[in-house]
Design a protein around this ligand. Structure first.
Ligand SMILES: Cc1ncc(COP(=O)(O)O)c(C=O)c1O
Length: 432
């Protein structure tokens, strides 16, 4: 066990810790007391290779095949949640709240904001001010709110396909027109065609750009130069930016996530930066996101749109899990990242050796593998059938990510090695 490098024991008097001290299980309290100064007394006990049965937990990934129109009994590696329990200190605190037993209206206090801001300062070198923070029940919810607050029906919104499908869906559902400046695959790496990007901004008189960084599904972690170029083009043409940074904590060695709001004050002024603990700590079902909006007019526009929906307080479990994760989840995340890097190395090797002619697009971030299956020369329908019927896998089919997704499949690698290995073996069987 290593000494706690970040939070002094004397400072751990925040709401989650007080809850544990009063309502926590005796064993959890003892564990905490036995490890003074430790951020996570369970560090070293996590086993990301343990297979946890998720069947019959109403899991979207495991329990909704029929409802979603795919055959039963497939191995699911589609929706982006992980097959791992959240960090133990987070579970202990959620349990303490449940033991208390009253789930009345709750709000966040200053220690919540300190936990969120502390995380971004420590992990990303970004220091958001207290007044920039706006809570929301999800990043996709916030994306829809931004579309409604910053554009009018019938207007175009800029996206970069292939991209996480709600980017298109939220535009269409709100009567906006998604316009894509398609990413260009060059020597196995996706790039931005900046001439096309600017042309689309101008031609579409675009006032809102939906940025995905790190980019799901293609795994790029955009560089400072790329981000600044996109930002400056938006500044030049009067376009705001919704920067979806939900995957920001999943970045592989050699790459660095840059928070869009940290690039330059004039760029921060254009942006809504959307973050969440939900991917990082596997809390998606608790529905919580944190937006950073430095520009007060922009913040008031999105806040008003959220208010219009009738949404006010977030759910108590989500707030508690978010704060506990940012206060206590760091050692767990460091171990998780080592596991995910191991999975990536394993998958890369397997694909090279056993899945020819398929190719992995090397991810710089996210836990998603973007698999280039174009060399199989199948129609989109044939490829999808091969995956579902022959490999008996439930993956995300490339075309759902929009133009440029044809011939690709997305595999969620946030699972025990055994699950990943089983999935890749099934693919090898289907290709044989
Ligand atoms: C890029 C991206 N944004 C947002 C989300 C979902 O966010 P939320 O559950 O907070 O709406 C996902 C989930 O896969 C995602 O990949």
């Amino acid at each position: 066990m290593r000494p706690n490098p970040i939070v002094l024991e004397s400072e751990l008097t925040t709401y989650p810790d007080k809850l544990l001290a009063r309502w926590g299980d005796e064993a959890a309290k003892r564990k905490q007391a036995d490890a003074p100064g430790l951020l996570d007394p369970y560090e070293g006990e996590y086993d990301f290779d343990a297979v946890v049965d998720r069947k019959d937990t109403n899991s979207l990934k495991f329990d909704f095949a029929r409802e979603r129109g795919v055959p039963e009994g497939l191995l699911p590696l589609w929706v982006a949640d992980m097959d791992f329990p959240a960090p133990k200190p987070v579970l202990d605190r959620l349990e303490a709240l449940s033991r208390h037993g009253i789930f009345g209206y709750t709000e966040a206090k200053e220690d919540y904001y300190a936990a969120v801001a502390g995380w971004f300062a420590r992990r990303h070198g970004y220091e958001p001010k207290r007044q920039w923070l706006k809570k929301a029940p999800g990043v996709v919810f916030a994306l829809a709110m931004a579309i409604r607050a910053l554009t009018e029906p019938g207007e175009a919104v800029l996206i970069q396909t292939p991209v996480y499908y709600p980017f298109t869906g939220c535009c269409l559902d709100n009567d906006r027109v998604p316009v894509s400046s398609q990413l260009v695959l060059k020597d196995g790496r996706y790039e931005i065609d900046f001439d096309d990007f600017e042309k689309k901004l101008v031609e579409g008189r675009i006032r809102l750009f939906l940025l995905c960084n790190p980019h799901n599904p293609i795994g790029r972690v955009w560089t400072e130069e790329e981000l600044k170029t996109m930002g400056e083009l938006c500044l030049k043409h009067g376009c705001r930016i919704f920067s979806d940074e939900i995957h920001c904590d999943f970045v592989f060695p050699g790459h660095r996530h840059l928070v869009f709001g940290a690039l330059a004050p004039e760029l921060a002024d254009l942006a809504i930066v959307a973050t969440a603990p939900s991917k990082t700590f596997n809390l998606a079902g608790l529905q919580i996101a944190n937006l950073f909006v430095a520009n007060p007019d922009l913040k008031s526009a999105i806040s008003q749109e959220i208010r219009r929906t009738g949404y006010s307080q977030l759910n108590a479990m989500g707030l508690l899990a978010c704060q506990s994760s940012y206060e206590r989840g760091e050692p767990w995340l460091d171990r998780l990242m080592a596991h995910l890097k191991g999975n990536l190395d394993y998958a890369r090797d397997f694909i090279q050796k056993r899945l020819s002619p398929l190719k992995l697009i090397e991810p710089e971030g996210t836990y998603l593998l973007w698999l280039d299956c174009r060399a199989l020369d199948l129609t989109p329908d044939e490829l999808n059938r091969l995956i579902l019927e022959k490999a008996r896998l439930w993956l995300d089919d490339g075309p759902i990510f929009g133009a440029g997704g044809e011939g690709f499949q997305r595999i969620n690698a946030a699972c025990p090695r055994k699950t990943l290995s089983e999935a890749l073996e099934r693919l090898a069987f289907a290709l044989a």
